[in-house]
Design a protein around this ligand. Structure first.
Ligand SMILES: [Zn+2]
Ligand SMILES: [Zn+2]
Length: 307
């Protein structure tokens, strides 16, 4: 994911460079020069990420704008019609790049939406500008099943969520499980270009991520908050789903950083790894339950397991 490398990972990478057979053939001047290029590249990468976020947001606004115009024209009656047929018919594309495994799920029931009621009323204020998001409970259950081997070994598993936007609503229809480096308390996606390839091939919005806490409770760690910040930078609707099968009080949570409270704290935080965060100055919690998430049993979805 777009999480920056931890200091440990950077140190490990940098310590490997002098071991390369060609390293000694470079002069000190050349090494310094390469160092500078590397720094410039990192800065450029940061700029690219925020541009990517700009592209996604303007694409979203464009689609919302044309939807609003249509709604005015047809007095809103078109919405229900298109929405229910879309759920049943067009959510899934069949193409799957080999050797990727693809599962297609379809639950032929009447549309029954259940809305997650956020326990904190302040959420509505912070997330009022966000579009509604539909997700299948089955997707979360299937993810847990695919994570089981790791979970049994007390290792985390992570996945990336892709969605399409139709009539002002985001539908999460794709779960990508990337190659990953995992520990009991963290998970780092590898080969991110494979994730981007699927998302762009299927014209999906990056709507957040899902990960397990195999032995910990259901909460957002400081590393999780930084990962989530990157997603919300691209799309304010992006969610972080935490699956905590061993937490007796709460087995899953759908979270977002409070905006602007939590996003400001994480934006200004330079620390990496596990570390404490200060409270947002506006008195809001740093992260909160999503207020506009709907569980939609009729939503079909695809899983790409790239591991
Ligand atoms: Zn976590
Ligand atoms: Zn931090």
């Amino acid at each position: 994911m777009c999480r920056p490398l931890t200091r440990k990972q950077k140190e490990r990478l940098v310590s490997k460079i002098p071991q390369h057979s060609s390293y000694s053939t470079y002069s000190v001047k050349e090494k310094l020069h390469h160092n500078k290029i590397h720094q410039e590249l990192s800065t450029e990468l940061e700029i690219l990420k925020s541009q990517l976020g700009h592209d996604f947001r303007s694409q979203k606004n464009q689609e919302l704008h044309s939807y609003n115009e249509r709604e005015v024209k047809y007095g809103g009656t078109e919405e229900t019609k298109i929405q229910s047929s879309e759920i049943n018919v067009n959510c899934v594309t069949q193409s799957s790049p080999s050797p990727v495994l693809t599962f297609i799920q379809s639950v032929p029931e009447a549309v029954q939406l259940s809305h997650i009621a956020a326990s904190d009323s302040r959420n509505d204020q912070s997330q009022s500008s966000c579009q509604d998001v539909h997700i299948s409970v089955r997707l979360m259950a299937d993810f847990l099943e695919l994570a089981r081997d790791n979970t049994n070994k007390d290792l985390e598993t992570c996945g990336v969520l892709g969605a399409f936007l139709k009539n002002g609503v985001f539908y999460i229809t794709t779960l990508i499980i990337p190659k990953q480096e995992t520990t009991p308390s963290s998970c780092q996606a590898l080969n991110e270009e494979e994730i981007y390839a699927i998302q762009s091939e299927h014209s999906l919005f990056p709507l957040g991520w899902i990960h397990t806490h195999p032995s910990q409770s259901c909460f957002m760690s400081s590393i999780d908050l930084h990962t989530q910040y990157c997603y919300q930078l691209m799309l304010p609707e992006a969610v972080a789903i935490v699956m905590a099968p061993t937490d007796a009080t709460r087995s899953y949570g759908v979270f977002r950083l409070s905006d602007p409270g939590g996003t400001t704290v994480v934006k200004e935080c330079q620390e990496r790894g596990f570390h404490p965060h200060k409270e947002p100055s506006d008195g809001s919690p740093i992260y909160e339950d999503c207020s506009n998430i709907y569980f939609n049993p009729n939503l079909r979805f695809e899983i790409f397991d790239l591991r």
